[in-house]
Design a protein around this ligand. Structure first.
Ligand code: EPU
Length: 333
């Protein structure tokens, strides 16, 4: 067995029978057809996966494809990017090139291939806003296919890939960017941060700098403190349900979108006094209650117990059931 603990940012023990590194699109079909019915798991940057079974009796596929192709069309730029690119490095590279759109998504950990799976999002922008199409290996058809973004059923931390887990392997993503900046600075504290640092709200690179500062001040760096970012999704409920809760908890942050309202799960957990709550090696982060950290000694059982405590406390006080955000290998609850 290969020890792959270092492949994931949560650093729970992880061994697998074998690893296949996929470095080019050309050899994907042959490599995948040889797999047959052996269980498989795709792991890219490993920053959004929780491994609860320490031994995986299958093959880990690591899409390290570094493909990069630029097509310009008027003021639009289409970038086809291999699944193995670091997301943050890509964001900074596009800004240096004068191609705009990804600035609010700076410093999100992980690789390109994982971005469409959960439709990564931050500070009012989601991948779906700039995803044009994807190139995939379809395990069912045993062929490479392309799908336009319109067929990917993107939603809040949701996509077709969540509906059909295991069916596809992302090979490349084509992003649509622009040579014109369209700054989006109304979300959260971006404007305050720009002002505080004397940065220019019209400049995408400055927006990225502000986002980087905010993230660094709120979120633990997964390279230093093992974590997978937000552990829970913000619950989306019917607006009348949110209104009733807000009568009881007037401070509760909400994002109303017509019939539905998103509630800040971090606030719900924080208000219960759970920040800093520790079970074994796992703890609720002191700065952002949506994040669970591992001090390096945490076990899967510690994590299960801490998650169970958070879920039952939130349910008991607010009547809401939180959904786990990262992908899981094995069962958490
Ligand atoms: N809040 C608290 N206490 C906390 C955490 C948050 O009171 O411990 C409050 C904040 O003060 C704010 C509200 O809750 O009023 C929302 O907090 P924040 O702006 O930090 O965003 P979030 O809803 O907690 C989401 C994403 C993050 C993303 C930020 C910024 C999800 C599950 N998480 O967090 O994404 O960076 O918005 O856009 O949607 C990730 O997915 O890993 C991730 C970090």
């Amino acid at each position: 067995m290969f020890d792959l603990t270092g492949f994931t940012t949560l650093k729970l023990p992880f061994k697998a029978k074998s690893v296949i590194r996929l470095t080019s699109i050309e050899n994907v079909c042959v490599s995948m057809q040889q797999l047959g019915s052996i269980p498989r798991l795709v792991v890219g940057g490993g920053s959004n996966i929780v491994v609860l079974d320490p031994e995986f009796e299958g093959i880990v596929l690591r899409p390290e494809i570094q493909y990069y192709e630029i097509t310009e069309s008027g003021n639009d730029v289409y970038l086809e990017v291999g699944a193995g690119h670091s997301w943050h490095q890509l964001v900074m590279k596009t800004l240096d090139s004068g191609w705009f759109g990804l600035e609010n998504l700076a410093l999100i950990p992980g690789w390109m291939g994982a971005a469409p799976i959960q439709n990564i999002g931050a500070y009012g922008v989601e991948l779906k806003d700039h995803c044009h199409r994807v190139k995939l290996y379809d395990f069912e058809e045993q062929a490479i296919i392309e799908l336009p973004a319109s067929q990917l059923n993107f939603g809040y931390r949701h996509s077709l890939f969540k509906e059909l887990p295991g069916r596809f392997l992302v090979l490349t993503v084509t992003l649509k960017l622009s040579k014109y900046a369209s700054p989006r600075v109304s979300y959260g504290t971006i404007s305050e941060e720009l002002e505080r640092q004397g940065l220019d709200a019209e400049k995408p690179l400055d927006i990225a700098k502000a986002v980087i500062s905010i993230r660094q001040s709120k979120l633990p760096d997964p390279d230093i403190t093992p974590n997978v970012g937000s552990f829970f999704k913000n619950p989306v409920v019917r607006s009348e349900v949110a209104d009733r809760l807000q009568d009881e908890f007037p401070e509760m942050p909400t994002y109303v979108n017509g019939e539905y309202t998103k509630i800040a799960a971090g606030w719900l957990i924080d208000r219960l006094g759970l920040k800093g709550q520790q079970i074994g090696g796992f703890a609720v982060n002191e700065r952002q209650a949506l994040v669970i950290t591992n001090d390096g000694t945490g076990t899967a059982d510690d994590l299960r117990d801490l998650v169970a405590l958070i879920l039952s406390s939130v349910e008991a006080t607010y009547g809401l059931s939180l959904a786990i955000e990262p992908t899981q290998l094995g069962r958490l609850n």
